[in-house]
Design a protein around this ligand. Structure first.
Ligand code: IVH
Length: 669
């Protein structure tokens, strides 16, 4: 194949893959199998590795993310990102219609769209390629989050067709589907991180993450609703929406043209109920004048267009009374207060309980026994108490005191400096903590033991058949007792025992995550395993060795040392080893060719001529070096290829870090 043919081949593959991505993610209508798709992607990756001169930053292979953006660059918006006037009342909507009708002399055609509850983003395309993505910021300037936005699969990096303008800006909303939000928040709770209040905050937090590889793991989505071109190419907003859809953009869904304000109001009312069926949150309806000529005639106020308004749905609120406060004990001993309420109907469901998060929240609300409280279900999944109606308070009611001892085991609670949560420190004897730890160990993401669900675990604990995770592996010696239990038949017992045996094949990182050491989530467990390889090395690691690993901070290091210094835990590890669990990794270790780079750290950036990125990383590691992602004063070398990010280059120069080429690196070896 000639070099020219290779280039054509690459172009062809990029085009096909983009089209398939669009079919899959936007139209939800794939035309090839996942396998065939992956083959194409692999082929492209291979060619790009062999011929890096043809690797474009817009290639779909570059969508996974790997860049680090320590600080985002501020970019001035070409067209300011205005907000919309908003209203909660039908009357104000009619006033808006009257103002518009009076100014135009006729009632215009309106176009109604859902108001997506996320964060707005402005995308610039040049010659059909995504050039830049900028957040709203203060409306006149925002943050350049291009690397992170490139990880969102539904946003095209290369447009379809050829009738798009050479340069244009398009705006829309980045958001997260409710299901994905719930799942990810559950993980945060399990990892003892504070949960996000709603999908919008989660999406906003995600788009500002420093590592785009981390962003790529979180399923963000985007819908586009506004096109800015140098010269007008359409007459109506509806035409623009149709055009952008054709170019490959996911666009505002459930759009409706309305001939008068009554039709608008009907649309609003319909969606007030129907919105519960959507997979994402909306907080209202946006009403726009459809004709661009009319939009121009109406113009703008200082803050917002006169040709659009948003109608916001009220978060439903209702009053009820506080019956009592319960305290839940999590698997790591975290204490969460929960308000039990007189059952009340709110946004279609009966609410009996509301979380109070921690002691600070009870204090903020100034909550008294028997108080009348106002609860709200907005974008949030769990209803929350937003305020207390102090006027309805009983004259002899007293404030809710926070408990001082664990409700389950009576141990005195502790609270660490700077943390909001109280903890029960009795981690090995407190029943809800023991049960929680057992359940976590057996869960799908850890040892994935089929047949050992949450309820069975609780029952086996109550029956004193298991107390520690090591006991699970002794159950096979108690088959008779298991068969005697009311709820387990012979088949379930056999399934359970097979599930337990199978779990011994789980790799070390799953075991380490499953043990349930505080702050050790899935990713941290993987990093620790990759670095230390065996549990003995990990148990003997010093604080310095631990924090030298990327993303392992003092909190995690202390958590590990605290855990392993306890003799009960050391015994547990011995028992797990004896049971035959994987407590070391069997993944191929990197074969060391030399030690020239021992103790040296490298950041790789740009595109290289001789090496693929992964290859370069391996080479450095084979010679004892470490590849990290962020540039700090401690970094030893920045290996620079073609087209590296200017921000990185500047930062390395500022910090006086040697910038070397791949040839320099080879010479050093
Ligand atoms: S149009 C010049 N359409 O709501 C007006 N905005 O309160 C451009 N939003 O900042 C905005 N869904 O972040 C428009 N279908 C939609 C929208 C929408 C959500 C957000 C957007 C905007 C805010 C205004």
């Amino acid at each position: 194949m000639s070099v020219h043919q290779v280039e054509q081949n690459i172009q062809q593959l990029i085009q096909e893959i983009n089209q398939h991505n669009y079919n899959y993610y936007v139209l939800a209508n794939p035309t090839i199998s996942d396998f065939d798709f992956d083959q194409k992607l692999k082929k492209l990756e291979q060619l790009e590795q062999q011929y890096p001169q043809f690797l474009s930053p817009h290639s779909p292979t570059q969508q996974v993310g790997g860049e680090v953006n320590k600080t985002f660059q501020t970019v001035k918006h070409k067209y300011p990102m205005l907000s919309l006037g908003n209203t909660y009342s039908e009357q104000e909507l009619r006033d808006f219609d009257q103002r518009v009708t009076k100014a135009l002399g006729i009632t215009p055609e309106y176009i109604c769209e859902l108001k997506f509850d996320g964060l707005s983003i402005s995308l610039t395309y040049q010659n059909g390629k995504l050039l830049r993505a900028v957040t709203r910021g203060d409306g006149t300037k925002g943050d350049d989050v291009t690397q992170n936005v490139k990880t969102i699969r539904t946003i095209p990096q290369q447009l379809l067709g050829n009738d798009y303008p050479p340069e244009f800006e398009i705006r829309g909303e980045i958001f997260m589907h409710r299901k994905a939000f719930e799942k990810l928040n559950q993980e945060r709770i399990e990892n003892e991180e504070p949960p996000y209040a709603n999908p919008r905050n989660f999406a906003a937090g995600t788009i500002k993450l420093q590592h785009s590889a981390e962003v790529a793991k979180r399923p963000l989505d985007c819908l586009l609703y506004f096109l800015y071109t140098q010269t007008p190419i359409h007459q109506t907003h509806q035409q623009s929406l149709q055009a952008i859809k054709k170019w490959g953009f996911p666009t505002a869904e459930h759009v409706q043209l309305c001939q008068n304000i009554d039709q608008v109001i009907t649309f609003i009312q319909t969606w007030e109920y129907k919105r519960a069926q959507l997979s994402y949150d909306i907080d209202g309806i946006v009403i726009k004048v459809n004709q661009y000529a009319q939009q121009q005639e109406l113009g703008f106020t200082a803050k917002s267009p006169r040709w659009a308004i948003s109608y916001k749905y009220k978060a439903e609120q209702v009053e009820t009374t506080l019956l009592h406060v319960d305290y839940q004990v999590g698997r790591t001993g975290a204490i969460t207060p929960v308000a039990n309420l007189t059952p009340v109907l709110l946004a279609g469901t009966t609410v009996k309980r509301a979380t109070l998060h921690n002691a600070n929240e009870i204090e903020r609300l100034n909550l008294f026994e028997g108080d009348t409280v106002c609860i709200e279900k907005g974008g949030e999944i769990i209803p929350k108490i937003i305020r207390v109606n102090a006027q309805k308070r009983h004259i002899d009611a007293s404030p809710i005191p926070f408990i001082t001892h664990c409700p389950a085991c009576k141990a005195p609670l502790i609270k660490k400096e700077g943390e909001a949560q109280h903890y029960c420190p009795n981690e090995d004897q407190c029943p809800p903590q023991i049960i929680g730890k057992l359940q976590h160990f057996c869960s799908r993401k850890a040892m994935n033991i089929e047949g050992l669900g949450a309820e069975t675990i609780e029952m086996l604990y109550q029956q004193q058949l298991i107390r520690t995770i090591a006991d699970i592996y002794q159950l096979k010696h108690h088959k008779d007792q298991l068969l005697n239990l009311d709820r387990l038949g012979e088949r379930s017992v056999n399934n359970l025992l097979t599930g337990i045996e199978d779990s011994k094949k789980q790799p070390f990182e799953k075991v380490l995550f499953g043990i349930g050491i505080r702050y050790i989530g899935e990713t941290v467990a993987q990093k620790l395993v990759k670095h230390f390889r065996t549990i003995d090395h990990l148990m003997n690691a010093s604080q310095e060795e631990l924090i030298a690993i990327d993303d392992i901070g003092e909190r995690i290091a202390q958590g590990l040392q605290h855990y392993f210094s306890n003799t009960t835990h050391q015994q547990l590890i011995t028992q797990l080893k004896a049971a035959g669990l994987n407590l070391e990794t069997h993944q191929q270790a990197i074969e060391l060719l030399s030690n020239v780079f021992a103790q040296k750290t490298f950041v790789i950036s740009g595109v290289f001529e001789t090496f693929g990125r992964e290859e370069l990383k391996n080479t450095i590691e084979q010679h004892g070096g470490k590849v990290i992602t962020s540039i700090s004063s401690k970094l030893n070398y920045l290996v620079a290829g073609n087209n590296m990010g200017p921000a990185k280059y500047e930062k390395a120069q500022q910090l006086n870090i040697p910038i070397i080429s791949e040839q320099d690196l080879l010479k050093m070896i």
